[in-house]
Design a protein around this ligand. Structure first.
Ligand SMILES: Nc1nc2c(ncn2[C@@H]2O[C@H](COP(=O)(O)OP(=O)(O)OP(=O)(O)O)[C@@H](O)[C@H]2O)c(=O)[nH]1
Ligand SMILES: [Mg+2]
Length: 341
């Protein structure tokens, strides 16, 4: 990012990075274009912003009759505690894994390139869900251009490989490199802490680069010769992805899978209550680790700043009914009572 951009532009850029809804993202992009200083140093970025505006406008317009773009949508509205995209080489078992974990009916085939559309599904864990998105395969000679759009809203990626395929290490490299060329980085860092995010923000020069914490899923373990195969593979890969050997077909090692994801994603569940009433234990709000009282308040009421008075909180790390302000950081299973004006 050029250093001489205005505070106004930086604010628009931050809003874009925080936005999840396509319409909101489009609005933010237009604001970025409006506020970016128009000179030689920003020409490249201006062009990038315009391309993104075009991409998103087309996406939002939906299928067009007689036009090139027909068929299903290529982005999916995030739901649940986190959106996790399934990426990987052809035929590795992404759709089978998606089906086993979510019950959704993706087409599964004994040949490559079975999946050609995006399919969301919900994977339950205790009282919350994770949204898993099944996607077409990625390789050096095959990449659906719209996949880039689909990955913009993801919180993490699951890189699914076939452990019995002798070329699986090469497949991992291909997926990582193909995505990287399109400004999507797979990382082994799962730090959601705000300090960490601010640190990377300073270093990151490209507002359009998406960084996805990634799980490596070594699939088809039912066919693998020995248990050591994943260790051998990890020795050879330049990353330190949290890795799991599973069988999407037989379910081996999948019982603990949702819990593992919950822990790595550091999801915080917060239950709300109305003064004088018991807590609503049906459906928690979910936040990322480091989430504050204000993040819940905002989910309840968009303009909470003008109505928020204080909150009371019950949980493991507070006194029962302790009074807290909007910046109080919440813990998993906290119960929150928001008092408004
Ligand atoms: N033995 C065994 N076979 C599996 C497993 N998972 C998937 N398969 C088989 O592998 C083949 C490919 O599975 P899919 O789920 O369609 O693979 P995919 O990665 O979605 O493939 P594309 O959509 O082409 O990218 C199918 O024949 C599945 O039945 C597994 O854990 N064990
Ligand atoms: Mg598939």
């Amino acid at each position: 990012m050029p250093t001489n951009v205005t505070a106004e532009y930086k604010k628009a850029e931050q809003a874009f990075r925080d936005a999840r809804e396509p319409l909101e993202r489009l609005r933010c992009l237009k604001e970025m274009l409006r506020t970016i200083p128009k000179h030689k140093g920003t020409e490249h970025l201006q062009r990038d912003i315009k391309t993104r505006i075009k991409m998103l406008t087309d996406e939002l317009a939906g299928p067009r009759k007689g036009g090139a773009r027909t068929g299903p949508s290529h982005s999916v509205r995030p739901e649940g505690a986190a959106q996790i995209a399934l990426v990987g080489p052809p035929n590795s078992g992404k759709s089978q894994l998606h089906h086993t974990l979510t019950g959704a009916r993706s087409e599964i085939g004994p040949y490559p390139f079975t999946t050609q559309v995006l399919l969301p599904g919900m994977m339950p864990f205790e009282d919350i869900h994770f949204q898993l998105v099944d996607l077409p395969p990625i390789s050096n000679d095959y990449f659906e251009p719209w996949l880039v759009n689909s990955l913009q809203t993801a919180d993490a990626a699951m890189l699914v490989i076939d452990i019995t395929n002798p070329e699986c290490i090469d497949h991992i490299e291909q997926v990582i490199s193909q995505l990287d060329q399109r400004k999507i980085s797979l990382t082994d860092q799962f730090n959601h802490g705000s300090e960490q995010n601010e640190a990377t923000q300073e270093l990151e020069f490209d507002p359009f680069r998406v960084t996805l914490p990634t799980f490596l899923v070594a699939n088809k373990i039912d066919l693998a010769a020995g248990a050591g195969e994943l260790d051998a593979l990890n020795e050879l890969v330049n990353y330190n992805f949290p890795s799991y050997a599973v069988s999407a077909l037989t379910g081996t090692n999948l019982e603990s899978f949702p819990k593992m994801i919950f822990e790595l994603m550091k999801v915080v569940r917060v239950y709300t209550k109305i003064p004088g009433k018991p807590a609503d234990t049906d459906k928690p709000f979910t936040l990322k680790s480091g989430g504050k009282v204000s993040d819940v308040a905002r989910q309840i009421h968009k303009d909470f700043e003008s109505t928020f008075k204080f909150a009371r909180i019950w949980g493991n790390n507070v006194f029962a009914g302790q009074q807290v302000g909007p910046d109080h950081v919440l813990d998993d299973l906290d119960i929150l009572e928001i008092h408004v004006r």
